[in-house]
Design a protein around this ligand. Sequence first.
Ligand SMILES: Cc1cc2nc3c(=O)[nH]c(=O)nc-3n(C[C@H](O)[C@H](O)[C@H](O)COP(=O)(O)OP(=O)(O)OC[C@H]3O[C@@H](n4cnc5c(N)ncnc54)[C@H](O)[C@@H]3O)c2cc1C
Length: 304
Amino acid sequence: MTLWKHYHTPSTLDEALALLASYDGRARIVAGGTDLLLDIRHGHVPPQEALIDVTCIDGLNTMRLDGDTLLIGAGVTHSQIVGSDTLASRATCLVESCGVVGGPQVRNVGTLGGNVAHALPAGDGTTSLVALDAEVEVVHQGERRWLPIGELFLGPGVSLLDPTRDILVQFRVRLCGPREATAFKRIMRPQGVALPILGCAAWLRLDEAGERCEDARVCIGPVAKVPARATAVEEALRGAPVDEAAIERAVGAAHESLSPRTSKYRATAEYRQEMADVLLRRVLPLAAERARTGQAVPEGVGME
Ligand SMILES: Cc1cc2nc3c(=O)[nH]c(=O)nc-3n(C[C@H](O)[C@H](O)[C@H](O)COP(=O)(O)OP(=O)(O)OC[C@H]3O[C@@H](n4cnc5c(N)ncnc54)[C@H](O)[C@@H]3O)c2cc1C
């Protein structure tokens, strides 16, 4: 089976957009190909007249520090994320999530942009970017603009982007400052290689005394059709000391507000619900401890 006829490696965004326009819907963006090529092989996406590879585009395969913000090109691989000292210390959850994607071969070619553009509510990199409140720069319907990441997702596997015409360009992540920290953990089938049973990322900011939670952002996935913040869990944390009682209130809020579904390949809804409790009890104290001490060393990277 021929998966594509022509393969292009443009070096500028304009060149890539012109190529997409010239194929008029018969060509599609590819990055690492770890999702797309399987989708074509399994018949979920039709064979393509052409693939337009975005990983050689200037600026899409690099990261750039701009004050307290890191700009991450959509074509940056999971391995590049794992190798970033800045992300390890100041956006630790992203390193922890990209560090467990697939195995080393997948992480070496699979990209953060591909993870997000695939729009699955279980995507590991996506879960952390939502908790980090990342923004995404896109070229959509010919217009280049920034959006909050949440606005990108329309349904399972469906995003605002038409991959035959639009391009996800880069992410903007505000790095953790004093008394802020993040953590990510996931539950995976022991024999699993793709997508977790459940993942959870949290960002916390503590007060001056390092006791109360001033602000919180939490993303648990998959528990809905699109990756989204667990706002009831966040509400249960804000203003309270990050102690056992607050964490149990957060667990209670997760029970009341989240509705994971049963997946025949991964887990039942009930099991996922229980795992949400487990993950919150692991992730929240870890993020709080990192925020208190100002020390964050990614855990679990490359272990699965
Ligand atoms: C063995 C294996 C294990 C895996 N394990 C995990 C895992 O543990 N966790 C996890 O989250 N995922 C996992 N994945 C899925 C996949 O590797 C990741 O989602 C990866 O980040 C996808 O990136 P990619 O560059 O390969 O995307 P591609 O396959 O190149 O593209 C994916 C989709 O996004 C579109 N696209 C890509 N880049 C852009 C862009 N810049 N602009 C617009 N559209 C774009 C493509 O057209 C396509 O529709 C696994 C996959 C495999 C094969």
